[in-house]
Write a protein of this length. Structure first.
Length: 90
């Protein structure tokens, strides 16, 4: 059974950049993942809904799943991460 995890980012205020285009946030999240060598060549899907990010795809360990989540949480403007990445033996 897939393990889905939702984490809220406490350092983003409710009114912090309320009109920031989701397109820019989407690009920032992709850059954060691409900047990490664990995810640069991986096919992870990113969906942005206002300040919430949904991650999906497949990785080879729970450690990498957690690292992807933490990389996204470090992006300014991300309030919550819904981690739907599946862990598979690759």
């Amino acid at each position: 059974m897939p393990q889905i995890c939702t984490i809220e980012n406490a350092h983003v205020a409710e009114n912090d950049r309320p009109h920031e285009p989701s397109r820019r946030l989407h690009a920032d999240v992709h850059r954060a993942l691409a900047g990490n060598s664990y995810f640069a060549a991986r096919n992870l899907a990113v969906e942005v809904r206002e300040h919430d990010v949904v991650l999906s795809g497949e990785l080879g360990s729970y450690f990498h799943k957690q690292m992807a989540q933490e990389s996204v949480l470090s992006v300014h403007g991300v309030r919550r991460v819904h981690n739907e990445i599946r862990v598979v033996n690759v």
